[in-house]
Ligand binder design. Structure first.
Ligand code: PEP
Ligand code: MG
Length: 788
């Protein structure tokens, strides 16, 4: 028998049908309302790989060092390929299809869900690691089953098993095939409190299919029900989207919730009662609190899944969490997403009753760790310790990421997060730059946040003062509009003779940057586009070809150039140190350097590899050909005129006319500051101060070293002297000057630069407005002084 029907299965069949299958079978057997279906057993998967004789090769392929990311990727690819390319034996094909035809008259839309045999063990939340497909029909059922099998070998799954000490060959996978419920409303429910185990049921509900809640696409309503007296505390959320089945294609699509339902309560008292009864029956059946996915369709309540809650903690910290921030212990893999935030708000509304709007009474407010306030704002949320990429999945909306240092592939999670805390780094580190551009408050360089803060603990982050405090000091923000936040409120932009521009590192920030009303982009960092490909340029080209790489660059720059057109966008050629490249696929080939900051980066790398550099220049040429005459080219880390002549020659060879286009250099080393006159003779249009590097190289202070962060001073007299001299020389030679380092956002620096006669200042997104005003104030004072 390749399949078992749900009513033939009980909890003891875990080995045969996996955690999900066993749970659904058990629930069906207990008379609970589970949609009908069957399970393609784990034994079937096993005999599939064994009879095709791919098993040995499969397990050998995944026996790799999982910390070696390219080996891990290759292992996952090979293992999946083996499964996906092995055909189904005829008998098996027929048995699965015949079973399908018995579900809902053979025309049913079914859900096809992986059910691994190591899933849902009490102390290992494997949940959600393997594939699930919705609205599947006969046509693609077999393919989906095979894809579920293959999903046992995603990079993430291989990595996770190795970390948890599971033997790859001992983990099998079954596949549940179950009739879809075309839900009008659905959600999740904790039958007891997920941190303390108290008899408090927490229900989350939204319109349409349940994935909208589970995936975090929607903020659901939150109902906290005291099981003893059935009292209900309701928090109705604004539900903007819902997932529904598209009538024509049968696929799940996201739709806007109609206006009259957006702020309406999803479940009424009678439905809460029915869910409560159901929840109590399930919990009694298993004799342990459950995390249940439920749906309501045609007036009937269905149970789609039930798992034991693995986060209940009997320790004292759980009791603390209960009084301060109830949902601190909820693990996002359990299916609660926004709920951890909304549950916290709902729960604490009792204790915090009467507290003022910033909720100051709900947290103790003691300092836990401190560091550099690198992106302004104060937020509260549950800390999520991220030590490896896999941990990113547990970061839900409103959480606070706590990590050693952020990396390019963390950007999607950084966007969801309410705040960011790092052990390492200074004001110009990746974490600091990206969080500022995203408008997410951040504290960097704490040295010890990942060891001091506990996962799930609710903390308050103060991105101005650089502190992380205990407890919830501010209410979670309902919805932030990062673009609106930076849009000038007053209709009249301060008119200044000195241009005020904005820095952009991640193309995703372009819209927000343009909304500031800045006079252009003073620095667009190309390397972030490349880092986000997750492969080194060489690797990307090897796999996708030169043209694909050039297209990536063109599209990345174009997005920003479009947003600002016709305002200028000064785009810098690649400048990533080898240690950042090493984290990418293909990065193993990067040279090992004692000090990457003094190493193979910027123009020196580009001139050393003109073949690779040519792709960047070709991207510029194509942009000019497309009419983006607002794009300017800037070369990083030049030292002297020789660097400039070589770069200029390569530009010409690439078909770019240096006389027609605006191009220039960054002043980031004392050598370049001292050589600016010769560089002016070489034909540069502008020189832009990269004060992050100019400061580190002038003062010998590693900009990313938190131990010397207090010595990193862009306003140091020696740095200012170099800058002042360069401005003077450039004015004599009709070369524009600018600043694009972090210091351009400091009012004191703006004051100094305007007095010296700089042509433009480029600031961080959040600082543009203040810099505009500061520049205007200084300019007016200069004017006044001149007539007095
Ligand atoms: C700088 O050095 O000031 C600069 C803007 O470049 P980056 O921070 O990318 O090194
Ligand atoms: Mg620099």
């Amino acid at each position: 028998m390749a399949v078992l029907w749900l009513d033939e299965i009980s909890a003891g069949d875990l080995e045969k049908v996996g955690g999900k299958g066993a749970s659904l079978g058990e629930l069906t057997g207990a008379g609970l309302p589970v949609p009908p279906g069957f399970v393609v057993t784990a034994g079937t998967y096993r005999s599939f790989i064994e009879s095709a004789e791919i098993d040995e090769e499969l397990f050998a392929a995944v026996d790799v060092d999982v910390e070696d990311s390219s080996a891990l990727a290759a292992a996952a690819d090979r293992a999946q390929e083996l499964i996906l390319e092995t055909p189904f034996p005829d008998e098996l094909r027929e048995e699965i299809l015949e079973s399908y035809r018995e579900v809902g008259d053979g025309e049913a839309f079914v859900a096809v869900r992986s059910s691994a045999t190591a899933e849902d063990l009490p102390d290992a939340s494997f949940a959600g690691q393997q594939e699930t497909f919705l609205n599947v029909t006969e046509e693609n059922l077999l393919e989906r089953v095979r894809e579920c099998w293959a999903s046992l070998f995603t990079q993430r799954a291989i990595y996770y098993r190795q970390e948890q000490g599971f033997d790859h060959s001992a983990v099998n996978i079954a596949v549940v095939v179950q009739q879809m419920v075309d839900a009008e409303k659905s959600g999740v429910m904790f039958t007891s409190h997920p941190s303390t185990g108290d008899p408090t049921m927490i229900i989350e509900a939204a319109w349409g299919l349940g994935e909208a809640v589970v995936s975090g696409a929607v903020s659901p309503d939150n109902y906290v029900v005291e099981r003893e007296d059935r009292s209900v505390d309701v928090s109705v959320a604004e539900k903007k989207v819902m997932h529904v089945k598209d009538e024509e294609t049968g696929t799940t699509v996201e739709r806007e919730v109609p206006d009259d339902k957006r702020n309406a309560r999803v479940i009424d008292d009678e439905e809460i009662d029915r869910l409560l009864d159901l929840g109590e029956r399930v919990e009694n059946h298993y004799e342990t609190p459950q995390d249940v996915e439920w749906a309501i369709a045609g007036g009937d309540v269905y149970m789609l899944q039930s798992r034991p809650i693995t986060t209940i903690d009997d320790s004292e910290s759980a009791a603390d969490a209960a009084s301060g921030s109830a949902a601190g212990g909820i693990d996002a893999t359990q299916g609660i997403t926004d709920g951890s935030g909304s549950a916290a708000a709902a729960e604490s509304s009792d204790d915090a009753a009467g507290a003022d709007t910033n909720g100051a009474e709900s947290g103790s407010g003691g300092m836990l760790v401190d560091g550099l306030g690198s992106s302004p704002g104060t937020v509260s949320g549950a800390a999520r310790i991220v030590t490896k990429l896999d941990d990113l999945d547990k970061v839900s909306d409103g959480d606070i990421i706590v990590t050693e240092m952020t990396m390019p592939d963390m950007v999607p999670a950084m966007k969801r997060a309410a705040g960011i805390v790092t052990d390492e780094g200074g004001m110009t580190s990746h974490a600091a730059i990206v969080s500022r551009e995203l408008g997410v408050p951040a504290v960097v360089g704490t040295t010890n946040a990942t060891t001091v803060l506990e996962d799930g603990r609710v903390v308050t982050l103060d991105g101005d003062k650089g502190a992380v405090l205990e407890g919830q000091e501010v209410e979670p923000e309902e919805e932030t509009e990062p673009v609106e936040e930076v849009r000038p409120q007053s209709p009249v932009k301060p008119m200044t003779a000195t241009e005020v521009k904005v820095n952009v590192s991640i193309p995703e920030a372009a819209e927000r940057a343009a909304a500031t009303g800045a006079d252009g982009v003073g620095l667009l960092r190309m390397e972030h586009m490349i880092l986000s490909l997750n492969q080194t340029p060489a690797k990307y080209i090897e796999e996708n070809g030169e043209d694909a790489y050039i297209t990536e660059l063109v599209e990345g720059i174009r997005g920003v150039a479009d947003e600002f057109y016709p305002r200028p966008v000064r785009t810098r050629t690649l400048d990533a140190p080898t240690d950042e490249f090493r984290q990418l696929e293909g990065g193993a080939d990067e040279p090992e350097e004692h000090n990457p900051m003094l190493g193979y980066r910027g123009i020196r790398r580009s001139l050393d590899r003109p073949d690779v550099f040519a792709h960047e220049l070709e991207a510029f040429r194509r942009l000019y050909e497309m009419g983006y005459d607002n794009v300017e080219i800037m070369f990083p880390l030049v030292n002297d005129a020789e660097d400039v002549y070589q770069a200029k020659r390569l530009m010409e060879e690439a078909g770019i006319d240096p006389e027609k286009r605006k191009w220039g250099v960054m002043i980031e080393t004392p050598a370049s500051a001292l050589a600016v006159e010769e560089m002016a003779d070489a034909g540069i249009d502008f020189a832009s101060f990269g004060t992050n590097d100019l400061t580190q190289y002038t003062l010998a202070v590693d900009r990313n070293n938190e131990h010397v962060a207090d010595r990193f001073d862009e306003l140091h007299p020696s740095v200012l002297r170099l800058i002042g001299d360069v401005i003077e020389t450039c004015r004599e030679h009709d070369v524009n000057t600018s600043i694009c380092g972090q210091a351009g956002s400091k009012p004191e620096m703006a004051q100094f630069l305007v007095n010296e006669g700089i042509s433009s200042i480029s600031a961080n997104i959040d600082a543009v407005r203040d810099v505009q005003h500061e520049v205007k104030r200084v300019e007016q004072k200069l004017l006044l002084d001149s007539v007095r």
